[in-house]
Structure formats: structure tokens, C-alpha cells
Design a protein around this ligand. Structure first.
Ligand code: CP
Ligand code: NVA
Length: 307
């Protein structure tokens, strides 16, 4: 592993090794065992969009590993005034040991990684959110003690989370049903790739506009905001277009009785999910948020610690 730009770049062995290391780091954290695997290392964190979980969990993770992090708001560094990505990457490579970046275009993240010579981690683009979905696979595995053969149903916008779930589930042997309103489907190229990967891993990808059939017999029901960052102007239209795509107790009743509810957060109660579901007994959203910390520590150790 040289960078983490997309789950599609990971081998199955790398994915499974990340899940195992996450489990170990989570356990060791719970018993107060300290590691300084990244002592003396500095992580730059470029953000062009808001963040609570990603920012705080990466910063805390670096601290727990004995390293240091720098929050670099894109508005405050010269990138925001037009300095090129390529020059930024070359300069930051002279100071830092790794960079995480949250921005709009996936191409910018790829360019940052290609232009510098330190590991780059995608902390969310309009297209993908790999750190989130890696942590989510860990949460699912922690709950069911396996991944292969399970069924995840994603209901809502065919966005960065849904695209990364396509990569993550197909690579892990997890069946994935995605139901979006017409016009809000996942990236077709990613769907195609995921279908091919799913074949190799003996699982199925199902794409539809029917939430009720998507959730049938699911082990995991997943949703996300209808209005991702950068799409705020479409909010009212989206609320109308996503009518019927809310995860509520009626929809949950079509899943398996042991099904869990996941949401990457931030959540908007009363829109994509009702309060009784997200705050109810099937919801794992806060364990899911916690697991970002443990998974990202594993990613940092692999990329910056040479493990
Ligand atoms: N889920 C997630 O990435 O949250 P933040 O936007 O708060 O980082
Ligand atoms: N799809 C959401 C995820 C937030 C973590 C967004 O891009 O805003």
C-alpha cells in the first residue's frame, strides 16, 4: 500500500490485513496499551469541506500513535489562492510524512498523490469515501463475525458512500443492494467494476429504484444524507425527489430481525432516517463513528509506519 485513494486499489489481502490490524489496535486501545508506532511522524490534513469525524479521528489517531498532525484548511493555505496541486504536493513532501485530503474532485487527490512522494489518503471526495467504508466493513464484521455472504442494503443517494460501498462490499464477498431514486444512481463505471469483482468473490450487486425489495432479508441497512456537501442548492428538489426513500421502521421491518442500521453521519432526522430508527436498538451509528478512529490508525500505521 502506497496511498489510499480508493478501496478498488486494495488487494483482498491488504483489506483483510487492515481489518485485522484495526481489531488489534481497538483492543489495545481499550486496555490502555500505548503504541508509538508513528513517533516523529507528521501528517498534514488538507480540508476543502467541513468535517467532524474525519478530522477529529485522524488527529486523535495520530496523537495516539505518537505522531503529530497539522490541520490545513484549504482556504488558509496557498492552494485556496490558486497554487497548483502539483507544487503543493512537492512542497509538502519536503516537510511531512503523509497527507490526508478532503476535497471535491477525485482527480485532484490522484494528482496530489502522483506529484508528491509521500502517502496520500482520500478523506472524502464527491466520488468516494474509502476510510468511511473500510471502517464500516470493520463494524459489520465486528457485529456478525464475518463478512462473506451477508447482505447490505443501501437506500438513498448514489453518492460517495454508495460508490465506496460498491467497491468495499464486492471485494469482501458481501451482497449489496442499492436503491436510489431515478436520476440519483451510482457512478455507472463503478457499478460495472463492482459487478465484475462481485463475480470473482461469489456475491451479488443489485441496483434498483425499489427500497422495499432492496432491504428484503438484509443484515445491514445503510443510508446517508440526501444532500451531500457541495449540493446544498439542490436541497429542496432532493427532498421532493427522495420521497419514499426514507429509512423508517416500516422499511426496517422487511430486513432480517437481527439487522443493524448504519449511517456515516452527519444525519438529518426526519429526512433520510427517522428518529426511532437512528436512535433505536438496531442502530450502530456511534460504534460506526468510533471505528473510524481504529481503522484510520491501522491505515496510518500501514502507510506511514512501513508495516
Ligand atoms: N462520516 C464523516 O466522514 O463525517 P465527517 O464529515 O464529520 O468527517
Ligand atoms: N455523502 C456525504 C458524506 C458525509 C460524510 C457528503 O459527501 O457530504
Amino acid at each position: 500500500m502506497k496511498n489510499l485513494l480508493s478501496i478498488s486499489h486494495l488487494t483482498k489481502e491488504e483489506l483483510s490485513s487492515l481489518l485485522n490490524l484495526t481489531k488489534k489496535l481497538k483492543y489495545e486501545n481499550s486496555i490502555g496499551r500505548k503504541h508509538h508506532l508513528l513517533k516523529g511522524k507528521t501528517l498534514g490534513m488538507i480540508f476543502s469541506k467541513s468535517s467532524t469525524r474525519t478530522r477529529v479521528s485522524f488527529e486523535t489517531g495520530m496523537y495516539q500513535l505518537g505522531g503529530h498532525s497539522l490541520f490545513l484548511s484549504a482556504d488558509d493555505i496557498q492552494l485556496g489562492r490558486g497554487e497548483s496541486i502539483s507544487d503543493t504536493a512537492k512542497v509538502l513532501s519536503r516537510y511531512l510524512d503523509g497527507i490526508i485530503i478532503r476535497t471535491f474532485s477525485q482527480d485532484d487527490v490522484v494528482e496530489l498523490a502522483d506529484s508528491g512522494n509521500i502517502p496520500v489518503i482520500n478523506a472524502l471526495t464527491d466520488l468516494l469515501h474509502p476510510c468511511q467504508v473500510l471502517a464500516d466493513l470493520f463494524t459489520v464484521k465486528e457485529t456478525f463475525h464475518k463478512l462473506e455472504g451477508l447482505k447490505v442494503a443501501y437506500i438513498g443517494d448514489g453518492n460517495n458512500i454508495a460508490n465506496s460501498l460498491l467497491y468495499g462490499c464486492s471485494k469482501s464477498g458481501v451482497n449489496l443492494s442499492v436503491a436510489t431514486p431515478a436520476g440519483y444512481e451510482c457512478n455507472p463505471e463503478i457499478v460495472k467494476q463492482a459487478e465484475e469483482t462481485a463475480k470473482e468473490n461469489h456475491c451479488q450487486i443489485n441496483i434498483s429504484n425499489h427500497p422495499q425489495s432492496a432491504v428484503k432479508d438484509a443484515d445491514v441497512i445503510y443510508t446517508d444524507t440526501w444532500t451531500s456537501m457541495g449540493m446544498e442548492e439542490e436541497k429542496e428538489k432532493r427532498i421532493r425527489d427522495f420521497d419514499g426513500f426514507q429509512v423508517n421502521s416500516q422499511l426496517m421491518s422487511h430486513a432480517k430481525s437481527h439487522a443493524i442500521f448504519l449511517h456515516c453521519l452527519p444525519a438529518y432526522r426526519g429526512y433520510e432516517v427517522t428518529e426511532d430508527v437512528i436512535d433505536g436498538p438496531q442502530s450502530k451509528v456511534f460504534d460506526q463513528a468510533e471505528n473510524r478512529l481504529h481503522m484510520q490508525k491501522a491505515i496510518l500505521v500501514k502507510l506511514l509506519g512501513g508495516k
